[in-house]
Design a protein around this ligand. Structure first.
Ligand code: ATP
Length: 230
């Protein structure tokens, strides 16, 4: 079996002094799609935050895209995030600049200098999410689904091997949610990239089956979305 793209061993996930999840063990394989499910407050966002370095891993072991979470220093968090794509429910685009400038901002912040390469990468990611014709639009001129497409394009800029998505369809209607799911699944396949997506949306899980990681009563359980509908 190939090396997992991320693993946690006996990891305890805390929010301040509160133990949210204990003895978390997980291995995510390259190119696979996983749902992270569980009731509100069960720890999905906290688990994702451990993985992108927003909460420190104080107990247990873990590695994400070859970066050790236990020894992660503040100065290495930007390196970790550069290797990941992160997508949020509320898109988190910079509202004062165009789609193109949102992407440019990330490329510059992550060390891209060559103007030609920058323009080419912006074109590529916008093409891959079907937004190439909207690069001069401001975020408020886009629908929620379009804004999420731009956020996904932004997540793809640095060719991440892993995308962490926290309720990416939570603010979208069912039809637009399906479009975003198709897009994410296509990205996982084409780029051989792993996606871990937190969601509450069981109808979507039913439409797009995948492996599941469930947070419940302070623990996680591995399964398959088909198990949820027996
Ligand atoms: N900043 C914080 N400080 C203290 N406790 C927190 C903080 N953020 C979350 N918690 C607590 O940690 C637990 C897990 O919250 P978390 O946001 O990870 O759940 P979730 O499964 O993502 O929920 P939702 O589906 O509502 O987003 C909850 O009991 C919550 O109250």
């Amino acid at each position: 079996m190939s090396e997992p793209i991320l693993y946690l061993r006996n990891a305890n996930v805390y929010q301040k002094n509160f133990l949210v999840l204990s003895h978390v063990n997980m291995n995510l394989e390259k190119g696979e799609f996983y749902y992270l499910i569980g009731k509100t407050g069960s720890g999905k966002s906290s688990l994702l935050k451990i993985l992108y370095g927003d909460i420190p891993l104080l107990e247990g072991q873990g590695k994400v895209v070859d970066i050790d979470l236990v020894s992660l220093k503040d100065s290495e968090i930007s390196t970790l995030r550069r290797k990941l794509g992160i997508v949020f429910q509320d898109f988190q685009l910079l509202t004062d600049r165009s789609v193109e400038k949102n992407l440019l901002f990330v490329l510059k912040a992550t060390g891209w200098k060559d103007k030609y390469a920058i323009n080419e990468r912006i074109e590529e990611v916008l093409q891959s999410v079907g937004m190439a014709t909207k690069k001069h639009k401001m975020p408020h001129e886009l629908s929620g689904g379009e804004q999420q497409r731009v956020a996904i394009a932004r997540a793809l800029l640095n060719h991440p091997a892993l995308i962490l998505a926290d309720e990416p369809t939570g603010n979208l209607d069912p039809e637009t949610s399906n479009e975003i799911m198709l897009l994410l699944k296509g990205i996982a396949q084409q780029n051989h990239c792993t996606i871990l997506m937190a969601t509450h949306d069981y109808s979507m899980i039913k439409n797009f089956p995948a492996k599941t990681i469930k947070c419940e009563n302070g623990k996680i359980y591995h399964g398959d979305s088909n198990d949820l509908f027996i």
